[in-house]
Design a protein around this ligand. Structure first.
Ligand code: ADP
Length: 497
């Protein structure tokens, strides 16, 4: 089969620019374009969320409605079509009662009560849509628990479907912490026969059902987003209860690092930042820093002192409880701090209080703000990511491109992308610490600050990062190799990593 003919159905619960809560949206927004440029016939499917209906997108309805099973019912759904800048067709499953809501997955108080129904419906709808479009995918590429049912459906109710009987599936884990767990009695909603699927070697997980586990067990290949995380999730420390099944599936498990969309994240042409810059012309970076200090109400004198930046969900995974422990020690180092994020209220409050104690030194924006994220990337000097675990992490790769030096915990994709800087040899692109404790984190921050105070060294370090290339091409090639190795009838059973 030639590369041009490889047909991929790409299913993600969030995609830039339509709907985003985290890095998965960035990946699902840029990987399909990279695959398309390599000659793959790729079609993406996404729920028609309110962010899409209220956004400024050119959307057209498809003439035919879908009939989608949900438990014992057969429900209708409309489908809309749009195209991204990369000319990838996106199909939006329109079902007002399920997707027309303020948020993607829940309110600040908790997940939506019907998330199982919402994503079971999405899974069936995507497979029915392929049939309606007469699109016979070689591979369905599914992302995270919200699409984890699809590999099980392909091995169960759809295995004799003429449109899908030749279809294989890849399941990508972007975060093992989100497992799509629902009570056993809801199994009937999924459309899977109980005897065959509700088993310890099926989607049963401690008496419940787990859609993440369904994806792991029933797909033809499992991937996760860095080599290191692929190893980590096979251990009790990082596997969150899935380590056993991942060990059992280890010959099918691959680590493929996420790429960066430099069309969106590059200070040479970033429309969100006040001045552009590049390794050859760095003056714009100081202008971005000055503008950021002003925007966040920080002291002008920080211009010549290190400005530390954070852009993150503030939850336990990301490790900012360590930052809270260290706020006074860090501020004693004569630095500024800018934080963009939301989540854990104790963390938010501690940073707010530090801002009151140190006027002009700490800037905090609580919420989700894409343009501000770009301005912090450009305006900060040092970028902090003390994650407990980090499947891949995108912000450290963005920070590198913006000459903002990452200080990270050596875990998952952070371990794979950040190379410890050595001021003697001038090699490396950031600073890492191993043990998850505040002393180790503070030491790494101090090392970064020491280098900042030697301008020649700092410049070398910034340039090392800015020159690194994490564009999608390499990873997209690895995915294509993987797709080819699992398509039905293939004898090409290679390991991509
Ligand atoms: P995760 O997906 O675990 O949240 P990643 O590093 O893979 O972590 O991706 C995070 C993405 O979300 C990045 O694009 C980052 O810029 C963005 N982001 C995180 N928090 C915010 C926020 N408060 N405002 C704007 N963008 C944010």
């Amino acid at each position: 089969m030639s590369e041009e003919k490889l047909k991929i159905l790409f299913l993600s619960p969030e995609v830039v620019p339509f709907a985003k809560t985290g890095g998965l949206a960035d990946v699902a927004g840029s990987l399909p374009g990279a695959l398309k440029r390599m000659g793959i016939d790729i079609r993406s499917v996404l729920p028609f969320y309110r962010t899409v209906s209220e956004g400024d997108f050119e959307i057209r309805p498809l003439p035919d409605e879908l009939e989608v099973p949900l438990g014992t019912e057969l429900l209708k759904a409309k489908v809309l079509e749009t195209r991204t800048q990369d000319d990838v067709p996106f199909y939006l499953i329109d079902r007002e009662d399920l997707y027309d809501r303020r948020n993607l997955y829940g309110n600040p108080t908790g997940d939506y009560y019907d998330n199982l129904e919402r994503f079971v419906f999405f899974a069936h709808a995507a497979l029915r849509l392929a049939e309606n479009l007469r699109f016979k995918p070689d591979v369905v590429h599914c992302h995270d628990w919200q699409t984890g049912l699809v590999p099980a459906l392909l091995k169960g109710p759809y295995r004799n479907n003429p449109n899908l009987s030749g279809t294989s599936s890849v399941f990508t884990i972007h975060n093992i912490g989100y497992q799509g767990i629902f009570p056993e009695e809801k199994l009937v909603i999924t459309g899977l026969p109980r005897d065959e699927f509700f088993r310890i070697d099926g989607l049963e997980f401690w008496g419940n059902i787990s859609l993440l586990k369904a994806g792991i067990v029933y797909s033809d290949a499992v991937t996760t987003v860095s080599l290191k995380y692929a190893q980590e999730i096979q251990t009790p420390e990082y596997g969150m209860g899935m380590e056993g099944i991942l060990q059992a599936r280890r010959t099918f498990l691959h680590g493929i690092l996420n790429g960066v969309d430099y069309g969106l994240w590059d200070p040479r042409h970033d429309a969100h930042i006040p001045a552009s810059y590049s390794p050859q012309k760095m003056a714009g970076k100081s202008r971005c820093k000055e503008a950021l200090l002003k925007e966040m109400g920080l002291d002008e004198s920080l211009k010549s002192r290190p400005l530390l930046g954070v852009i993150s969900r503030l939850d336990s995974q990301k490790g900012f409880d360590l930052l809270v422990e260290l706020l006074e020690d860090i501020l004693a180092l004569d630095v500024g701090l800018v934080v963009l994020g939301s989540g854990d209220e104790t963390i938010q409050k501690a940073i707010e209080e530090a801002a009151e104690r140190h006027p002009g030194r700490v800037g905090l924006f609580i919420g989700f703000n894409e343009p501000l994220a770009h301005r912090i990337m450009a305006g900060a000097d040092i970028f902090l990511i003390p994650s407990r675990y980090e499947p891949c992490g995108l912000t450290q790769m963005y920070a590198l491109r913006y000459g903002t030096v990452p200080v990270v915990r050596a875990t998952g994709g952070l371990e794979d992308t950040i190379v410890q800087f050595d001021p003697k040899t001038n090699k490396g692109n950031g600073f890492k610490f191993g043990p998850f404790n505040s002393k180790a984190f503070l030491n790494a921050i101090k090392k970064a600050i020491d280098c900042f105070r030697v301008p020649e060294t700092w410049k070398r370090l910034m340039l090392n990062g800015m020159k690194a290339d994490f564009s999608w091409d390499r990873s997209a090639r690895q995915y294509i190799e993987l797709y080819r190795s699992i398509i039905k009838g293939s004898t090409n059973n290679i390991k991509v990593s």
